[in-house]
Design a protein around this ligand. Structure first.
Ligand SMILES: Cc1cc2nc3c(=O)[nH]c(=O)nc-3n(C[C@H](O)[C@H](O)[C@H](O)COP(=O)(O)OP(=O)(O)OC[C@H]3O[C@@H](n4cnc5c(N)ncnc54)[C@H](O)[C@@H]3O)c2cc1C
Length: 438
């Protein structure tokens, strides 16, 4: 075991595997190295793991934030060869096998970059300033506060133009996250607005979804995307397909289909890019900012540096763009790399990674979801129950499973929720500084 001493840690005689990132990939890898002849040091800028698939429910006040975050130390209480430092990794220095971090210089024998992805605003600084991303818990909190603050302001403003903008919600990006968020906003309008906001009419609240592709959920089957489109339209969401946002200045959102929407609420779910420390040569980084690896997740051209999950692009003939940026791909890469690392250390042969696609799910709201399970396509109530079961099963920790299940049950029967609190006032102008810590 290591002991911490001003950032650097004392080393045992075993090889040290440093994992940057306690996300789905990093956690799985560390757990699978439990009985390996290595010391594992995990570094993450947060001291908790985030279950991102339910971030939108935190943003909508459906569940409490703590139930989708898990202390990394708690997960590894019983793993003797594991230790953790809360640290932001700034730079990788492969020539010296070290990392420059917020807690000092850290040495590694094997390095695994599992730093995930971040929101891609495609270089548009104005959109990045005014639109709301949702990749982590602080950002979900920002969205929750913004929605609730704007509804409060809509109640008291005498300016009808402003009231209209405060009550207009635009989700950009019709992938699973955008569809889930748009569905939840539509549900809020139907079930909560009239009940809790006396003085606001649900007919004044508008929800738009802007998607660049001709269909929503373009990565799913035609059956799933068709159903999702219908569920959303039936809930009153206005969908602009094949449309791209051109600009947003905090009030006017301009779309390339000629429409301009007056809105104070723009949620950006239109793209992601790999998130990584500095130090990799530019030629290794793909257009979507992912690190190119070989079939055992080893970063091309490196001996002892690996990358898994959203940040990695394992480019092969079968996967010319790498694997999808989803939790199962990160988990499976973590599992496989644990075996391959042990084999490498023991001088035994390694085996290439093969992704097993177990299917896709997306929910659009109460009793409405879509599921692709190989050739089987489900929609409606059955898919919604399946979505719930899969998510409850996937969340770490018995307590969190229980809290989320209980919250869902109460919300379902009361058609309301108790988490709509403005705990931290959101201010666009201070947002950039506040979320620097991501
Ligand atoms: C809103 C949302 C909904 C989603 N829904 C689904 C879904 O329904 N199903 C699904 O399969 N996938 C979903 N995904 C995608 C899924 O969450 C990702 O594919 C998965 O989290 C990738 O795992 P990872 O281990 O690569 O990275 P992550 O889980 O993102 O973890 C990366 C970790 O690295 C840390 N980190 C990053 N940079 C640094 C640094 N420089 N120093 C220190 N620490 C650092 C971060 O703090 C983070 O803890 C969703 C994603 C989002 C954002």
């Amino acid at each position: 075991m290591f002991t911490v001493s001003s950032g650097e840690q004392k080393r045992s005689s075993k090889p040290r595997v440093v994992i940057i990132g306690g996300g789905f990939g990093g956690l799985t890898l560390a757990k699978n190295l439990k009985n390996a002849p290595v010391d594992v040091l995990m570094l993450d800028r947060h001291n908790y793991h985030t279950f991102q698939p339910l971030l939108y429910q935190v943003a909508m006040g459906a569940i409490e934030a703590d139930s989708i975050g898990f202390p990394i130390r708690r997960i590894f209480t019983r793993q003797e060869n594991f230790s953790f430092n809360m640290a932001d990794v700034h730079m990788i220095n492969p020539e010296s096998n070290t990392l420059t971090t917020s807690v000092g210089t850290i040495h590694y024998d094997y390095l695994v970059v599992a730093t995930g992805s971040n929101t891609n605003f495609f270089g548009n600084a104005q959109i990045a300033h005014f639109a709301m991303p949702m990749k982590n818990i602080p950002e979900a909190f920002n969205i929750r506060s913004l929605i609730l603050q704007n509804l409060e302001s809509a109640l008291v403003t005498a300016d009808m133009r402003e009231k209209f903008a405060l009550m207009t919600f635009v989700v950009v990006g019709g992938g699973p996250t955008g569809v889930e968020l748009a569905g939840a906003l539509a549900e809020m309008r139907h079930l909560i607005l009239g009940k809790d906001y006396h003085g606001l009419s649900k007919y004044d609240m508008r929800v738009y979804l802007v998607e660049g592709k001709p269909v929503v959920l373009g990565s799913m089957s035609p059956q799933a995307s068709g159903k999702a489109q219908k569920f959303l339209t039936d809930s009153g969401v206005v969908i602009y397909n094949g449309a791209h946002v051109e600009s947003y200045d905090g009030f006017y959102l301009k779309i390339n289909n000629g429409k301009t929407i007056k809105t104070r609420n723009v949620f950006w779910a239109a793209g992601v890019k790999g998130e990584m420390p500095d130090g990799f040569p530019a030629e290794l980084i793909t257009k979507s900012s992912r690190i190119q690896t070989d079939e055992i997740s080893r970063v091309k051209g490196y001996r002892n540096v690996f990358a898994i999950g959203d940040v990695a692009a394992m480019i092969t003939d079968e996967t010319p763009n790498g694997h999808p940026g989803v939790a199962p791909a990160a988990i499976q890469q973590g599992e496989k790399l644990a075996k391959n690392l042990v084999n490498l250390i023991k001088g035994q042969p390694t085996a290439p990674f093969k992704y097993r696609d177990k299917g896709s799910l997306a929910t659009i709201g109460r009793n409405k979801a879509v599921a692709d399970l190989g050739k089987i396509h489900l929609s409606g109530f059955i898919a919604w129950v399946l979505w719930g079961v899969v998510h409850i099963m996937s969340i770490a920790g018995f307590t969190s499973k229980g809290i989320i299940f209980l919250s869902w049950a109460i919300n379902y029967f009361t058609k309301n929720s108790d988490n709509r609190l403005v705990i931290r006032y959101f201010n666009t102008e201070t947002r950039m500084a506040e979320t620097e810590c991501k």
